[in-house]
Every structure is written in structure tokens, then in C-alpha cells.
Design a protein around this ligand. Structure first.
Ligand code: NAP
Ligand code: F7E
Length: 343
């Protein structure tokens, strides 16, 4: 079996590639042209996968890629995925994250209509939530240009399935994290910050809305759900979530406690990091996926945060061994050194 992953250099793409290789797939990854390569997350499998250059902005490149690969399964994970950037680059976000999906679907329809297609939809589509918890039937109310673009990507996938009989599915995934998460997302920003503070490379972390709540799972679990969706007899859409919500405050507490520090000594709330419109509470109901796909998460919130803190501690220790100089003494619980945050 041949699988093609767009966004293979991202967090999910790299975990999915690991998983599909273990299942015996030939794995192809779409990468866009850059002046410097950014393949850190797939460095460990670079000899086992084939990379093809194409871009979500360029329809002809997508068609050429599909003609070359002729995949059995396509996982469309490429997108501009960072919500705050979607306000500063709303048009580009719409092009990548929204219209990019129909470019992929058109290419599939014309070149390889028998391929199975997975679209990376998002809980951000629920935005200002209409009900708690959210299911496949909950109406959407996106709160950012990113969320609006994902709603387009979601419905165009449903529409191509219904219009052209494609095997096209959409996974509505709630937040999922890992040591490979981009450092601007809140979980990784916190665990990276904790490691830097503990090992003396930083004094504090600036945060935005610490009262917002998310349903956070482990990316390694979530990519398995993507694969299961493409193994079904009929195409359908599924919510993937843990069903447990935690606040950013709890994230801070669990991460700092792991290295025996009190978060209130090191966190500063910066109003500039508050979003123009926030999604306050996301909580997913994944009963359908648990029933039909036989999927369930295997990593708890605390295990996830601990895994990420430990990975960042290890990485920062290596940076220090390679010459990054601590500018302050390593932090201890009794030596908090930053202004207090709000309680
Ligand atoms: P990520 O780490 O930000 O990775 C995004 C990937 O998209 C990167 O490989 C990036 O390539 C690629 N990309 C962006 N623009 C492109 C373009 N114009 N042409 C080709 N490739 C392009 O995101 P992730 O966390 O793995 O998420 C994967 C997908 O799931 C995204 O669609 C995201 O919106 C969606 N999603 C994520 C979550 C989550 O919690 N992680 C939840 C729901 C949905 P470069 O390396 O070249 O930048
Ligand atoms: O923010 C709050 C912030 O940037 C989570 C993407 O993968 O998941 C992700 O989107 C929450 C928000 O993720 C900071 O306001 C507080 O309420 O980690 P995040 P996100 O916006 O939920 C969805 C499902 C996707 O689809 C997206 O692609 O944390 N928060 N202080 C902060 N967030 C960040 N980034 N930085 C802060 O300092």
C-alpha cells in the first residue's frame, strides 16, 4: 500500500509516517520548496520515505505529484495551523488551509479518484461552542480566520464525497500535542519554558489567556485514528478527543511541578498575547470513534505534560552541553525570581 502525506514535516505528519511505516506502507511525503530544508521531525526516517515537491498553492504541482505517486491513501495534513498567525495573514491562511483542500480534492478527482482521502479538520470549527461536549452533529461557530478556513475545508470534503462519490473523510481532531509540537503552541511553549527556567537559560514565560480550556491528547494516538478512518467500508466523519478538558493554568501547574517549581513564581500574563476572539472551552465527545473505529486515547493529560517536560529537559541539557550558556543560576523551588502572576 502507498500512502501520501501532505504536511509530513509537521508534528502529525511525522507521527503518521512512523505509524504507516510500521504497518508496512510505502510512505511518500509532500514538501514545499524552501531555501533551507526543515526536515528535523523526519530526520530519523529519511531513508525510508520518498519526498515529493509540491505546494498547496499550486494546482499543477499537486496533479503532477499524484500522477507520479498514484497513492492508495492520501492524508491532507498540510495547513497554516497556528491560530494567532491567521489574524495577521488571513488571506494566506484561507489559501492554504481552506482553498488548498479543494485544490487537493480536484487533483484527486482528476488523477486518482479511487484513492482514499483524509482531511485534517479541527475542533477550532466549533469555536464559540453551541453545546458541551461537541459531537459530529454540533453546529460550527469558528472564531478565527483559521477556524473559518477549516470549516470550508471540512464542508468541501463532505461535498466532494457526496458530489463525486470520492472516499473522502474528515477527522475533527481536538488539540493533540507531543515533544514534536511546534514551540509557539501553548503546551510546547510551556514545557520548553519550564526546561529553560529549570536549567538556567530563562527567567520567566509570558502567557496569554491562562483561563482557556482545551481537550488535549497525544499526537501519536490521534494519527492512528486518521488511519482507522480510511480503513472503514464507507467514508464518514469522526470527532477525535479525550473527553477531558484542562485549563492553561493546570497545564502550567503540572509542568512546573514536574521539575519541583511553583509556576506562579515564573509566569507573567502579557495582554498582547490575548487573541482578538478566543475559544474558551473545547471538550470533545468521541463516542462514535470509540464505537465504530475502536479507537481510544492511551495517554492522560498528566502523562502527556510529563513526557513533554522530560523531552525538553533532555534537549535543553544537550544545548547547554553544546555551548548554550546559562545566564542565571538554575531555578529551585525556594528561589522564585519573577513578578507574581494573577491567581
Ligand atoms: P504543523 O506541525 O504546523 O504542520 C503543518 C504542515 O503543513 C508542515 O509540514 C508544513 O510544512 C505544511 N505546509 C504548510 N503550508 C504548506 C503549503 N503551502 N504547501 C505544502 N505544505 C505546507 O501542524 P500539525 O499540528 O502537524 O497539524 C496537522 C494538520 O492537522 C493541520 O492541517 C492542522 O491544521 C490540523 N489540526 C491540528 C491539530 C493539532 O492539535 N495539532 C488539531 C486539529 C487539526 P513546512 O514544514 O514547510 O512549514
Ligand atoms: O492555544 C491559550 C490560547 O496555540 C491553546 C492548533 O493545533 O489546536 C491548536 O490551536 C490555548 C488558546 O492552540 C498562550 O489563547 C494562553 O486558548 O496551543 P494553542 P489552539 O489555538 O487551540 C487546534 C485544534 C488546531 O486545529 C490548531 O491548528 O492556549 N494560550 N497563552 C496560549 N496559546 C499560545 N499559543 N501561546 C500562549 O502564550
Amino acid at each position: 500500500m502507498k500512502a501520501l502525506i501532505t504536511g509530513i514535516t509537521g508534528q502529525d505528519g511525522s507521527y503518521l509516517a512512523d505509524f504507516l511505516l510500521d504497518q508496512g506502507y510505502q510512505v511518500y511525503g509532500m514538501v514545499r520548496r524552501a531555501s533551507t530544508e526543515n526536515f528535523d521531525r523526519i530526520a530519523h526516517i529519511k531513508n525510508r520515505i520518498t519526498l515529493v515537491q509540491a505546494d498547496l498553492l499550486d494546482e499543477l504541482s499537486l496533479m503532477g505529484m499524484l500522477e507520479q505517486v498514484r497513492p492508495d491513501e492520501i492524508y491532507n495534513l498540510a495547513a497554516m495551523s497556528f491560530v494567532p498567525t491567521s489574524w495577521s495573514q488571513p488571506i494566506l491562511t484561507g489559501e492554504f488551509t481552506g482553498i488548498g483542500v479543494v485544490r487537493m480534492l480536484e487533483a484527486v478527482r482528476r488523477v486518482c479518484p479511487k484513492s482514499r482521502f483524509y482531511q485534517a479538520s479541527s475542533s477550532e470549527m466549533f469555536g464559540k461552542v453551541r453545546e458541551v461536549p461537541q459531537t459530529e452533529l454540533t453546529p460550527f461557530y469558528p472564531r478565527s480566520p483559521y477556524g473559518v478556513s477549516k470549516v470550508y475545508g471540512h464542508y468541501i470534503t463532505v461535498n466532494y464525497r457526496e458530489s463525486y462519490n470520492l472516499f473522502a473523510v474528515s477527522g475533527i481532531l481536538f488539540n493533540h500535542e507531543s515533544p514534536r509540537r511546534g514551540r509557539e503552541f501553548v503546551t510546547r511553549k510551556v514545557t520548553d519554558g519550564v526546561a529553560r527556567i529549570k536549567l538556567g537559560l530563562a527567567r520567566s514565560i509570558s502567557m496569554g489567556n491562562i483561563d482557556s480550556q482545551r481537550d488535549w491528547g497525544f499526537a501519536g494516538d490521534y494519527v492512528q485514528a486518521m488511519w482507522r478512518m480510511l480503513q472503514q467500508k464507507t467514508p464518514d466523519d469522526f470527532v477525535i478527543a479525550t473527553g477531558k478538558a484542562h485549563s492553561v493554568r493546570e497545564l502550567l501547574r503540572v509542568a512546573f511541578e514536574r521539575v519541583d517549581l511553583d509556576w506562579k513564581d515564573y509566569v507573567v500574563v502579557d495582554p498582547k498575547l490575548i487573541r482578538p476572539a478566543e475559544v474558551d472551552q473545547l471538550l470533545g465527545d468521541s463516542s462514535k470513534a470509540r464505537r465504530v473505529l475502536k479507537w481510544k486515547p492511551s495517554v492522560t493529560f498528566e502523562q502527556l505534560v510529563h513526557m513533554m517536560v522530560e523531552a525538553d529537559m533532555e534537549r535543553v541539557r544537550q544545548e547547554i552541553a553544546q555551548g548554550a550558556l546559562p545566564d542565571i543560576r538554575p531555578a529551585t523551588r525556594s528561589a522564585g525570581r519573577k513578578g507574581k502572576t494573577s491567581k
